[in-house]
Design a protein around this ligand. Sequence first.
Ligand code: GAL
Length: 678
Amino acid sequence: MKQERIVMGVCYYPEHWDKSLWYDDLRRMSQAGIQVIRIAEFAWNKFEVKEGVYNFDFFDEFMDLVETTDMKVIFCTPTATPPAWLTEKYPEVLCVDYDGSQHKHGMRRQYNYNSPVYIEKTRQIVEAVVRHYGQRKSIIGWQIDNELNCVTDEFYAQADHIAFREFLKEKYMTLDKVNEAWGTVFWNQTYMDWEEIFLPRHTPRKTANPHLKLDSVRFFSESANRYCKLQADIIKRYIQPDVFITTNGIFKHIDYKKMMTESLDVLSYDSYPTFGIMDQQNPLGDRKWSMNLAKVRSSSQPFAIMEQQAGPGGWVNHHKAPSPKPGQLRLWTFQSIAHGADMVSYFRWRTCAFGTEIYWYGILGHDNQDNRRLEEVTRTAQDVKKIQQVAGGEYQADLAILYDYDNDWDAEYDVWCAPMHQRSQMGWFQALQETHTPFDYLAVDKETTLEELKKYTYLVLPHMVIMKDEIRILIDEYVKQGGTVIAGARTAYKDVYGQCPMKPEPVSMNHIFGVEVEDFTLLKPDQSIQYAKWGEDKIEVNDFHSILKPISKDCQVKATYVGDYYDGKPAITYHTYGQGQAIYVGSSFGAQTAAYILRDLNIAEPYKKQLELPTCCELAIRSCGNVSYLFILNYSGEQQKIQLNGNYQDLLTDKQLEKEVNLEGYGVLVLQVNESIH
Ligand code: GAL
């Protein structure tokens, strides 16, 4: 993770195997090109068998053996799985769900972040483990816990309610301010005492005050972040500065940008692309994982893959996913690297013979025989060696999709916005993928600078419903100075508390977009695809129709609604503002609409001078200084024709390629171009 080379790894559980297998496992791993193993994330009992009784013999023996080899280690803190002795003695550490049921021992992640006992027990075990292993030379990094907020991302234990009140006191200072921010005069929800405030609890139809709901998710994120920082601060005290700290994500209700700033050196992601294939609603299958990888990259460039799917996946009682087809393991590894991963570690070395994950296959099966997956991992590791120079390379994109956590969280509860949000995320992703237009996500918050926005010529804000003053100011300046923004329905409809200001929509941005929303309607479900006329063409405008009224002479109506009482009224407008342009779309963005706008603005296929690709292939570019690496990833099982306009060196075959190239099913090309083509 020093941006000097791309590291290959695997997750290993010495506690799952007879010791007699250890050495042979390490030997076979290294033969396959594996350089690092991740260990110990669920092994609390191996360090502290009884409260306060520590014993490091087991992992000492394993680490001593590891250190007779060249294998490196990512060591984990074991807090994802508290021991039975702990939760039986201190049940207050257990997590409680929305309906008040307490999670019990027997699964994982059954603790809550705010229990003073769990915080203390965490401090003790993390300190004991890191103090003991912190100086081991083979350890290159530390993983905090495992998948914070996986399994459950909402917490309602007594300790959480109490901590929530403290969070609110710090944020609002007075009860009056809380009452005002949450509009508690509505339905007589006014609080007269801090003790009357709770995180959302059981109510008819699970209906909570929406402003309280938003603050509760902010609090869940803050709790996870504080818990992560608690561990990071301890780890830092015992390790060398060149050893990294990470945790593996990404899950709901965590602000990872903040986590990166406060606690981590690098963010890791657990990538299981067959979930994309299993999702019937997702037209892009495993390719959709590129969207997740782009999200990870927005918090950490480069990032690491801590768990890369290596086999068919499933628990005994849920999830069933097919085996990666021959070629897909390699393809998914390159997908991760193309998007910015400088480490790829497979999950897991050998499939466990017992427990919930007996069907979650690793590289090896239960029979421990060499198999086609091991052969493919070996081949992939050899290929990755050929592209070491890509390490540290920056992903190239001229368009960014803006997001912020408040809007993600607000949209979860807001049934008016959630469908638009989802359709537009997928719509933009699909359009950008299919037109081979690389993009970044850009997480914005109060630290974001104008320079960060100006890295991109185009910014898309699909539905930034909550608009914070500082972001509004940045966007204003960005457009004035020549940038183009593209925004969808309900932009700037709410303030930072989730309340609706008494001003025309898009609130305080009318001068930027040159429009006001004069009327709107939500489409009925059976009407979910409607059309707008754009010249002679028809484009889809879904979910929601904001009927626009131009208020500036520089505002041009590009498309008008077809049908219903607002037939002929403006649906899409382009406004020239300062040196730039602000585009308002009064609906959500399906893939067709997004692609239409990309073509209209001449952003689609930005690299067609260099090469032409079929739709089923992805193009991703990483650059180091003036050298660019073009990754071409074929997600189809069929051979595809790639048209190269020029001469390129393929790093994987070391051949010079030109004109027409046949790329095999699930195949990958990595072309080096000795100039910046951005
Ligand atoms: C991940 C988790 C692993 C393993 C894997 C397969 O989410 O970190 O421990 O459970 O999924 O289920």
